[in-house]
Design a protein around this ligand. Structure first.
Ligand code: GDP
Length: 445
Protein backbone atom coordinates (compact mmCIF):
# COMPACT_ATOMS: atom_id res chain seq x y z
CA UNK A 1 0.00 0.00 0.00
CA UNK A 2 1.00 3.58 -0.63
CA UNK A 3 3.99 2.58 -2.75
CA UNK A 4 3.30 5.16 -5.46
CA UNK A 5 2.91 8.01 -3.03
CA UNK A 6 5.81 6.88 -0.94
CA UNK A 7 8.17 6.70 -3.92
CA UNK A 8 7.10 10.09 -5.19
CA UNK A 9 7.43 11.86 -1.88
CA UNK A 10 10.77 10.26 -1.11
CA UNK A 11 12.15 11.51 -4.40
CA UNK A 12 10.74 15.02 -3.84
CA UNK A 13 12.52 15.14 -0.50
CA UNK A 14 15.79 13.74 -1.73
CA UNK A 15 16.07 16.54 -4.29
CA UNK A 16 15.32 19.06 -1.53
CA UNK A 17 18.05 17.70 0.69
CA UNK A 18 20.74 18.92 -1.66
CA UNK A 19 19.71 22.50 -0.91
CA UNK A 20 20.71 24.52 2.10
CA UNK A 21 18.31 27.44 2.43
CA UNK A 22 14.95 27.16 0.74
CA UNK A 23 13.64 30.02 -1.36
CA UNK A 24 9.93 30.64 -1.85
CA UNK A 25 10.40 29.28 -5.35
CA UNK A 26 11.86 26.07 -3.91
CA UNK A 27 8.88 25.74 -1.60
CA UNK A 28 6.41 26.36 -4.40
CA UNK A 29 8.10 23.78 -6.58
CA UNK A 30 8.07 21.25 -3.74
CA UNK A 31 4.40 21.89 -3.06
CA UNK A 32 3.63 21.39 -6.74
CA UNK A 33 5.42 18.05 -6.63
CA UNK A 34 3.53 17.04 -3.50
CA UNK A 35 0.27 17.98 -5.18
CA UNK A 36 1.06 15.79 -8.18
CA UNK A 37 2.11 12.95 -5.89
CA UNK A 38 -1.20 13.10 -4.02
CA UNK A 39 -3.29 13.34 -7.16
CA UNK A 40 -1.47 10.37 -8.63
CA UNK A 41 -2.18 8.46 -5.45
CA UNK A 42 -5.88 9.04 -6.15
CA UNK A 43 -6.43 11.37 -3.21
CA UNK A 44 -9.65 13.40 -3.58
CA UNK A 45 -9.12 16.91 -4.92
CA UNK A 46 -10.50 18.87 -1.93
CA UNK A 47 -8.18 16.91 0.32
CA UNK A 48 -5.19 17.56 -1.93
CA UNK A 49 -5.96 21.29 -1.93
CA UNK A 50 -6.28 21.49 1.84
CA UNK A 51 -3.17 19.43 2.39
CA UNK A 52 -0.94 21.40 0.04
CA UNK A 53 -2.24 24.72 1.36
CA UNK A 54 -1.31 23.74 4.92
CA UNK A 55 2.12 22.51 3.95
CA UNK A 56 2.82 25.64 1.93
CA UNK A 57 1.72 27.97 4.69
CA UNK A 58 3.88 26.27 7.27
CA UNK A 59 6.84 25.79 4.93
CA UNK A 60 6.96 29.51 4.22
CA UNK A 61 6.86 30.32 7.90
CA UNK A 62 9.62 30.71 10.42
CA UNK A 63 9.80 27.07 11.46
CA UNK A 64 11.50 26.34 8.14
CA UNK A 65 13.49 29.52 7.55
CA UNK A 66 14.99 29.34 11.01
CA UNK A 67 15.57 25.60 11.02
CA UNK A 68 19.11 24.28 11.02
CA UNK A 69 18.11 21.99 8.23
CA UNK A 70 15.20 23.47 6.29
CA UNK A 71 14.72 20.47 4.00
CA UNK A 72 14.28 18.12 6.92
CA UNK A 73 11.92 20.56 8.53
CA UNK A 74 9.75 20.32 5.41
CA UNK A 75 9.72 16.54 5.78
CA UNK A 76 8.59 17.00 9.35
CA UNK A 77 5.78 19.31 8.25
CA UNK A 78 4.60 16.85 5.62
CA UNK A 79 4.73 14.11 8.25
CA UNK A 80 2.64 16.20 10.67
CA UNK A 81 0.11 17.03 7.99
CA UNK A 82 -0.14 13.40 6.89
CA UNK A 83 -0.84 12.37 10.48
CA UNK A 84 -3.47 15.09 10.65
CA UNK A 85 -5.19 14.15 7.40
CA UNK A 86 -5.20 10.50 8.47
CA UNK A 87 -7.06 11.49 11.61
CA UNK A 88 -4.50 12.63 14.17
CA UNK A 89 -4.77 10.37 17.18
CA UNK A 90 -5.61 6.69 17.00
CA UNK A 91 -9.33 6.35 17.60
CA UNK A 92 -10.00 3.35 19.82
CA UNK A 93 -13.14 1.28 19.93
CA UNK A 94 -15.65 2.66 22.44
CA UNK A 95 -16.90 -0.07 24.70
CA UNK A 96 -20.35 0.27 26.24
CA UNK A 97 -20.52 0.87 29.98
CA UNK A 98 -23.04 -1.93 30.28
CA UNK A 99 -22.19 -4.81 27.98
CA UNK A 100 -22.74 -5.92 25.38
CA UNK A 101 -21.04 -3.36 23.17
CA UNK A 102 -22.90 -3.42 19.88
CA UNK A 103 -20.91 -2.95 16.70
CA UNK A 104 -22.72 -2.78 13.40
CA UNK A 105 -20.92 -3.18 10.06
CA UNK A 106 -22.23 -1.44 6.97
CA UNK A 107 -20.91 -1.20 3.44
CA UNK A 108 -21.25 -2.38 -0.13
CA UNK A 109 -21.29 -6.03 -1.07
CA UNK A 110 -17.77 -7.27 -1.64
CA UNK A 111 -16.26 -4.56 0.54
CA UNK A 112 -14.98 -7.28 2.84
CA UNK A 113 -17.51 -6.95 5.66
CA UNK A 114 -17.89 -10.62 6.46
CA UNK A 115 -14.16 -11.21 6.41
CA UNK A 116 -13.73 -8.12 8.55
CA UNK A 117 -16.32 -9.35 11.04
CA UNK A 118 -14.16 -12.42 11.63
CA UNK A 119 -10.96 -10.40 11.87
CA UNK A 120 -12.45 -7.98 14.35
CA UNK A 121 -13.93 -10.81 16.41
CA UNK A 122 -10.61 -12.61 16.60
CA UNK A 123 -8.79 -9.40 17.45
CA UNK A 124 -11.26 -8.75 20.29
CA UNK A 125 -11.03 -12.32 21.51
CA UNK A 126 -7.25 -12.00 21.69
CA UNK A 127 -7.79 -9.01 23.95
CA UNK A 128 -9.85 -11.02 26.37
CA UNK A 129 -13.34 -10.21 25.09
CA UNK A 130 -16.05 -12.75 24.36
CA UNK A 131 -17.45 -11.50 21.04
CA UNK A 132 -20.40 -12.90 19.13
CA UNK A 133 -20.99 -12.52 15.39
CA UNK A 134 -24.49 -11.92 14.07
CA UNK A 135 -25.53 -12.90 10.56
CA UNK A 136 -27.95 -10.15 9.57
CA UNK A 137 -27.01 -10.38 5.91
CA UNK A 138 -29.90 -12.47 4.70
CA UNK A 139 -29.84 -11.16 1.17
CA UNK A 140 -26.79 -12.73 -0.32
CA UNK A 141 -26.98 -16.48 -0.82
CA UNK A 142 -24.41 -18.18 1.41
CA UNK A 143 -23.74 -15.08 3.51
CA UNK A 144 -24.94 -16.83 6.66
CA UNK A 145 -22.88 -19.89 5.84
CA UNK A 146 -19.84 -17.72 5.10
CA UNK A 147 -20.13 -16.00 8.47
CA UNK A 148 -20.44 -19.38 10.18
CA UNK A 149 -17.18 -20.48 8.57
CA UNK A 150 -15.47 -17.21 9.48
CA UNK A 151 -16.72 -17.52 13.06
CA UNK A 152 -15.37 -21.03 13.33
CA UNK A 153 -11.98 -19.93 12.09
CA UNK A 154 -11.94 -17.00 14.47
CA UNK A 155 -13.11 -19.31 17.25
CA UNK A 156 -16.05 -17.11 18.19
CA UNK A 157 -19.78 -17.74 18.53
CA UNK A 158 -22.11 -16.95 15.63
CA UNK A 159 -25.78 -16.06 15.95
CA UNK A 160 -27.72 -16.89 12.78
CA UNK A 161 -31.35 -17.47 11.88
CA UNK A 162 -32.43 -21.10 11.92
CA UNK A 163 -32.02 -22.64 8.47
CA UNK A 164 -35.25 -23.47 6.69
CA UNK A 165 -37.18 -20.56 8.15
CA UNK A 166 -37.49 -18.79 4.82
CA UNK A 167 -35.46 -15.66 4.20
CA UNK A 168 -36.08 -14.20 7.64
CA UNK A 169 -36.10 -10.63 8.78
CA UNK A 170 -32.63 -9.16 9.39
CA UNK A 171 -33.98 -6.56 11.80
CA UNK A 172 -35.59 -9.27 13.87
CA UNK A 173 -32.42 -11.38 13.81
CA UNK A 174 -30.36 -8.40 14.97
CA UNK A 175 -32.80 -7.62 17.77
CA UNK A 176 -32.95 -11.20 19.02
CA UNK A 177 -29.17 -11.51 18.86
CA UNK A 178 -28.76 -8.86 21.56
CA UNK A 179 -30.91 -10.77 24.05
CA UNK A 180 -29.05 -13.92 23.18
CA UNK A 181 -25.69 -12.21 23.74
CA UNK A 182 -26.81 -10.98 27.14
CA UNK A 183 -27.92 -14.47 28.16
CA UNK A 184 -24.70 -16.03 26.92
CA UNK A 185 -22.57 -13.30 28.48
CA UNK A 186 -21.01 -12.10 25.26
CA UNK A 187 -19.61 -8.64 25.88
CA UNK A 188 -19.31 -7.56 22.24
CA UNK A 189 -21.80 -8.17 19.44
CA UNK A 190 -20.70 -7.67 15.84
CA UNK A 191 -23.56 -7.41 13.37
CA UNK A 192 -22.81 -8.15 9.73
CA UNK A 193 -25.41 -6.45 7.54
CA UNK A 194 -26.31 -6.95 3.89
CA UNK A 195 -24.53 -5.01 1.21
CA UNK A 196 -25.54 -4.33 -2.38
CA UNK A 197 -23.32 -3.97 -5.37
CA UNK A 198 -24.26 -0.32 -5.61
CA UNK A 199 -25.78 2.23 -3.31
CA UNK A 200 -29.56 1.90 -3.21
CA UNK A 201 -32.43 3.08 -1.06
CA UNK A 202 -33.51 -0.39 0.01
CA UNK A 203 -30.03 -1.14 1.33
CA UNK A 204 -29.87 2.11 3.24
CA UNK A 205 -33.33 1.67 4.70
CA UNK A 206 -32.58 -1.84 5.95
CA UNK A 207 -29.32 -0.74 7.54
CA UNK A 208 -31.11 2.21 9.15
CA UNK A 209 -33.83 -0.14 10.48
CA UNK A 210 -31.24 -2.42 12.05
CA UNK A 211 -29.53 0.65 13.49
CA UNK A 212 -32.77 1.85 15.07
CA UNK A 213 -33.62 -1.59 16.41
CA UNK A 214 -30.32 -2.28 18.16
CA UNK A 215 -28.88 1.21 18.81
CA UNK A 216 -25.24 0.28 18.10
CA UNK A 217 -22.42 1.78 20.14
CA UNK A 218 -20.31 1.89 17.00
CA UNK A 219 -21.38 1.78 13.37
CA UNK A 220 -18.39 0.96 11.23
CA UNK A 221 -18.44 1.71 7.55
CA UNK A 222 -16.41 -0.90 5.71
CA UNK A 223 -14.93 0.21 2.42
CA UNK A 224 -12.69 -1.40 -0.17
CA UNK A 225 -9.65 0.86 -0.61
CA UNK A 226 -9.13 -0.43 -4.13
CA UNK A 227 -12.22 1.32 -5.49
CA UNK A 228 -10.28 4.58 -5.40
CA UNK A 229 -12.31 7.77 -5.67
CA UNK A 230 -15.55 5.74 -5.44
CA UNK A 231 -14.66 5.06 -1.81
CA UNK A 232 -15.28 8.72 -1.09
CA UNK A 233 -18.64 8.81 -2.92
CA UNK A 234 -19.78 5.62 -1.20
CA UNK A 235 -18.72 6.95 2.18
CA UNK A 236 -20.73 10.10 1.62
CA UNK A 237 -23.80 8.10 0.63
CA UNK A 238 -23.58 5.92 3.74
CA UNK A 239 -22.96 8.95 5.87
CA UNK A 240 -26.25 10.43 4.70
CA UNK A 241 -28.21 7.17 4.54
CA UNK A 242 -27.17 5.42 7.74
CA UNK A 243 -24.50 7.48 9.44
CA UNK A 244 -21.40 5.88 10.95
CA UNK A 245 -18.85 6.46 13.68
CA UNK A 246 -15.74 5.09 12.09
CA UNK A 247 -14.29 3.68 8.90
CA UNK A 248 -12.61 0.37 8.20
CA UNK A 249 -10.44 0.25 5.10
CA UNK A 250 -10.09 -3.15 3.53
CA UNK A 251 -7.80 -4.49 0.81
CA UNK A 252 -5.11 -1.96 1.58
CA UNK A 253 -2.71 -4.69 0.49
CA UNK A 254 -3.98 -4.36 -3.05
CA UNK A 255 -3.88 -0.61 -3.46
CA UNK A 256 -0.53 0.90 -4.27
CA UNK A 257 -1.93 4.40 -4.16
CA UNK A 258 -3.87 4.62 -0.92
CA UNK A 259 -5.97 7.60 -1.99
CA UNK A 260 -9.04 6.33 -0.13
CA UNK A 261 -7.17 6.21 3.14
CA UNK A 262 -6.01 9.76 2.72
CA UNK A 263 -9.37 11.14 1.64
CA UNK A 264 -12.06 9.48 3.65
CA UNK A 265 -11.34 11.06 7.02
CA UNK A 266 -11.20 14.59 5.65
CA UNK A 267 -14.34 14.17 3.56
CA UNK A 268 -16.55 12.46 6.16
CA UNK A 269 -15.01 13.81 9.34
CA UNK A 270 -15.03 10.23 10.69
CA UNK A 271 -11.85 8.46 11.74
CA UNK A 272 -10.35 5.39 10.13
CA UNK A 273 -10.36 2.88 12.96
CA UNK A 274 -9.11 -0.34 11.44
CA UNK A 275 -7.27 -1.51 8.36
CA UNK A 276 -7.42 -4.86 6.61
CA UNK A 277 -4.44 -5.93 4.60
CA UNK A 278 -5.20 -9.39 3.30
CA UNK A 279 -7.58 -12.32 3.19
CA UNK A 280 -6.32 -14.08 6.30
CA UNK A 281 -7.82 -13.40 9.74
CA UNK A 282 -4.55 -12.03 11.05
CA UNK A 283 -4.22 -9.44 8.26
CA UNK A 284 -5.84 -6.75 10.32
CA UNK A 285 -4.95 -4.11 12.86
CA UNK A 286 -6.07 -0.91 14.50
CA UNK A 287 -5.29 2.07 12.31
CA UNK A 288 -2.62 4.38 13.69
CA UNK A 289 -2.34 7.65 11.72
CA UNK A 290 1.19 8.37 12.97
CA UNK A 291 2.51 4.96 12.04
CA UNK A 292 0.87 5.12 8.64
CA UNK A 293 2.39 8.54 7.93
CA UNK A 294 5.75 7.21 8.93
CA UNK A 295 5.36 4.31 6.51
CA UNK A 296 4.35 6.62 3.69
CA UNK A 297 7.45 8.71 4.26
CA UNK A 298 9.52 5.54 4.40
CA UNK A 299 10.52 6.13 7.98
CA UNK A 300 9.42 2.64 8.89
CA UNK A 301 6.85 1.32 11.31
CA UNK A 302 8.94 -0.03 14.10
CA UNK A 303 6.13 0.06 16.65
CA UNK A 304 4.00 -2.36 14.64
CA UNK A 305 7.04 -4.54 14.10
CA UNK A 306 7.66 -4.66 17.82
CA UNK A 307 4.00 -5.42 18.55
CA UNK A 308 4.07 -8.31 16.11
CA UNK A 309 7.17 -9.56 17.82
CA UNK A 310 5.45 -9.36 21.17
CA UNK A 311 2.55 -11.38 19.87
CA UNK A 312 4.90 -14.08 18.63
CA UNK A 313 7.47 -14.28 21.42
CA UNK A 314 7.52 -14.10 25.14
CA UNK A 315 8.23 -10.77 26.74
CA UNK A 316 11.89 -11.44 27.49
CA UNK A 317 12.67 -12.33 23.89
CA UNK A 318 10.66 -9.42 22.55
CA UNK A 319 12.37 -6.91 24.81
CA UNK A 320 15.77 -8.14 23.78
CA UNK A 321 14.86 -7.85 20.11
CA UNK A 322 13.30 -4.40 20.51
CA UNK A 323 16.38 -3.20 22.36
CA UNK A 324 18.74 -4.40 19.66
CA UNK A 325 16.56 -3.09 16.87
CA UNK A 326 16.36 0.40 18.26
CA UNK A 327 19.89 0.84 19.50
CA UNK A 328 21.92 -0.42 16.55
CA UNK A 329 24.93 -0.57 18.81
CA UNK A 330 26.27 -3.95 19.64
CA UNK A 331 24.16 -5.49 16.90
CA UNK A 332 26.26 -8.31 15.47
CA UNK A 333 25.82 -10.86 12.74
CA UNK A 334 25.15 -13.44 15.44
CA UNK A 335 22.21 -11.34 16.60
CA UNK A 336 21.19 -11.03 13.00
CA UNK A 337 21.20 -14.81 12.64
CA UNK A 338 19.31 -15.33 15.89
CA UNK A 339 16.75 -12.74 14.94
CA UNK A 340 16.30 -14.17 11.52
CA UNK A 341 15.26 -17.45 13.07
CA UNK A 342 12.87 -15.62 15.39
CA UNK A 343 11.57 -13.37 12.67
CA UNK A 344 10.75 -16.26 10.38
CA UNK A 345 8.19 -17.27 12.95
CA UNK A 346 6.46 -13.92 12.57
CA UNK A 347 5.46 -14.22 8.93
CA UNK A 348 6.75 -13.53 5.44
CA UNK A 349 10.05 -11.73 5.70
CA UNK A 350 9.28 -9.07 3.11
CA UNK A 351 6.30 -7.81 5.12
CA UNK A 352 8.48 -7.47 8.16
CA UNK A 353 11.41 -5.86 6.39
CA UNK A 354 8.97 -3.48 4.75
CA UNK A 355 8.37 -1.97 8.17
CA UNK A 356 12.00 -0.98 8.58
CA UNK A 357 12.96 2.62 7.81
CA UNK A 358 14.39 3.25 4.37
CA UNK A 359 13.15 -0.04 2.96
CA UNK A 360 10.78 1.67 0.53
CA UNK A 361 13.64 2.32 -1.85
CA UNK A 362 14.49 -1.35 -1.78
CA UNK A 363 10.97 -2.48 -2.58
CA UNK A 364 11.91 -4.29 -5.78
CA UNK A 365 14.53 -6.27 -3.96
CA UNK A 366 12.09 -6.90 -1.12
CA UNK A 367 9.50 -8.28 -3.50
CA UNK A 368 12.05 -10.73 -4.78
CA UNK A 369 12.82 -12.05 -1.35
CA UNK A 370 11.96 -15.64 -1.00
CA UNK A 371 11.99 -17.02 2.50
CA UNK A 372 14.39 -19.69 1.25
CA UNK A 373 16.92 -16.91 0.70
CA UNK A 374 17.11 -16.68 4.46
CA UNK A 375 18.52 -20.17 4.56
CA UNK A 376 21.30 -19.05 2.22
CA UNK A 377 22.00 -16.04 4.42
CA UNK A 378 22.07 -18.27 7.47
CA UNK A 379 24.54 -20.55 5.71
CA UNK A 380 26.80 -17.58 4.92
CA UNK A 381 26.78 -16.36 8.51
CA UNK A 382 27.42 -19.85 9.84
CA UNK A 383 30.51 -20.10 7.64
CA UNK A 384 32.01 -17.09 9.40
CA UNK A 385 34.23 -17.35 12.46
CA UNK A 386 32.80 -16.08 15.75
CA UNK A 387 35.21 -13.16 15.49
CA UNK A 388 33.91 -12.20 12.07
CA UNK A 389 30.32 -12.36 13.22
CA UNK A 390 31.01 -10.10 16.15
CA UNK A 391 33.09 -7.65 14.15
CA UNK A 392 32.04 -7.85 10.48
CA UNK A 393 34.39 -4.97 9.64
CA UNK A 394 37.30 -7.42 9.62
CA UNK A 395 35.81 -9.39 6.73
CA UNK A 396 38.19 -8.51 3.92
CA UNK A 397 38.50 -9.89 0.39
CA UNK A 398 40.22 -13.16 1.21
CA UNK A 399 37.92 -13.84 4.14
CA UNK A 400 34.93 -13.26 1.84
CA UNK A 401 36.29 -15.80 -0.63
CA UNK A 402 36.73 -18.35 2.16
CA UNK A 403 33.21 -17.73 3.49
CA UNK A 404 31.77 -18.06 -0.01
CA UNK A 405 33.49 -21.42 -0.47
CA UNK A 406 32.30 -22.60 2.92
CA UNK A 407 28.69 -21.76 2.30
CA UNK A 408 28.51 -22.63 -1.38
CA UNK A 409 27.58 -19.15 -2.59
CA UNK A 410 29.36 -16.53 -4.69
CA UNK A 411 31.71 -13.91 -3.22
CA UNK A 412 29.28 -11.25 -4.45
CA UNK A 413 26.55 -12.71 -2.27
CA UNK A 414 28.81 -12.60 0.76
CA UNK A 415 29.76 -9.00 0.02
CA UNK A 416 26.18 -7.98 -0.48
CA UNK A 417 25.15 -9.53 2.83
CA UNK A 418 27.93 -7.69 4.66
CA UNK A 419 27.01 -4.39 2.98
CA UNK A 420 23.36 -4.87 3.78
CA UNK A 421 24.19 -5.64 7.35
CA UNK A 422 26.13 -2.37 7.66
CA UNK A 423 23.24 -0.47 6.07
CA UNK A 424 20.80 -2.02 8.51
CA UNK A 425 23.06 -1.15 11.41
CA UNK A 426 23.31 2.44 10.21
CA UNK A 427 19.55 2.74 9.81
CA UNK A 428 18.97 1.42 13.28
CA UNK A 429 21.32 3.99 14.71
CA UNK A 430 19.44 6.68 12.85
CA UNK A 431 16.14 5.46 14.21
CA UNK A 432 17.48 5.34 17.70
CA UNK A 433 17.96 9.09 17.45
CA UNK A 434 14.27 9.76 17.05
CA UNK A 435 12.03 9.39 14.07
CA UNK A 436 14.96 8.80 11.81
CA UNK A 437 15.11 12.45 10.87
CA UNK A 438 18.20 14.18 12.12
CA UNK A 439 17.37 17.76 13.01
CA UNK A 440 14.01 16.90 14.48
CA UNK A 441 13.44 17.27 18.18
CA UNK A 442 15.22 14.34 19.71
CA UNK A 443 16.93 13.71 16.40
CA UNK A 444 20.52 12.91 15.76
CA UNK A 445 21.82 16.40 14.88
P1 GDP B 1 -18.74 -8.67 1.97
O1 GDP B 1 -19.59 -8.91 0.78
O2 GDP B 1 -18.62 -7.21 2.26
O3 GDP B 1 -19.11 -9.45 3.18
O4 GDP B 1 -17.26 -9.11 1.54
P2 GDP B 1 -16.42 -10.43 1.87
O5 GDP B 1 -15.99 -10.43 3.29
O6 GDP B 1 -17.15 -11.62 1.37
O7 GDP B 1 -15.11 -10.18 0.99
C1 GDP B 1 -15.14 -10.11 -0.43
C2 GDP B 1 -13.81 -10.62 -0.98
O8 GDP B 1 -12.74 -9.77 -0.61
C3 GDP B 1 -13.44 -11.99 -0.46
O9 GDP B 1 -12.91 -12.74 -1.51
C4 GDP B 1 -12.38 -11.71 0.60
O10 GDP B 1 -11.49 -12.78 0.74
C5 GDP B 1 -11.71 -10.49 0.02
N1 GDP B 1 -11.09 -9.63 1.06
C6 GDP B 1 -11.67 -9.14 2.18
N2 GDP B 1 -10.81 -8.35 2.85
C7 GDP B 1 -9.65 -8.33 2.14
C8 GDP B 1 -8.38 -7.65 2.30
O11 GDP B 1 -8.11 -6.90 3.25
N3 GDP B 1 -7.45 -7.88 1.33
C9 GDP B 1 -7.70 -8.68 0.26
N4 GDP B 1 -6.72 -8.83 -0.64
N5 GDP B 1 -8.88 -9.30 0.06
C10 GDP B 1 -9.84 -9.15 0.99
Amino acid sequence: MFETLSDRLTSVFSSLRAKGRLSDADIDATCREIRIALLEADVALPVVRAFVAHVKERARGSEVSQALNPAQQVVKIVNDELVEILGGETRRLRLAKTPPTIIMLAGLQGAGKTTLAGKLARWLREQGHAPMLVAADLQRPNAVQQLAVVGERAEVAVFAPEPGNGVGDPVDVARRSIDHAKRQQHDVVIIDTAGRLGIDQELMRQAADIRDAVQPDEILFVVDAMIGQDAVTTAQAFMEGVGFDGVVLTKLDGDARGGAALSVRHITGKPIMFASTGEKLGDFDAFHPDRMASRILDMGDVLTLIEQAQKTFDEEQAKKMAGKLTSGDGFTLDDFLEQMAMVQKMGPIKNLLGMMPGMGQMRDQLNQIDDRDLDRIAAIIRSMTPGERAEPKIINGSRRARIARGSGVSVTEVSSLVTRFFDAQKMMKRMAGGLGIPGMPGGGG
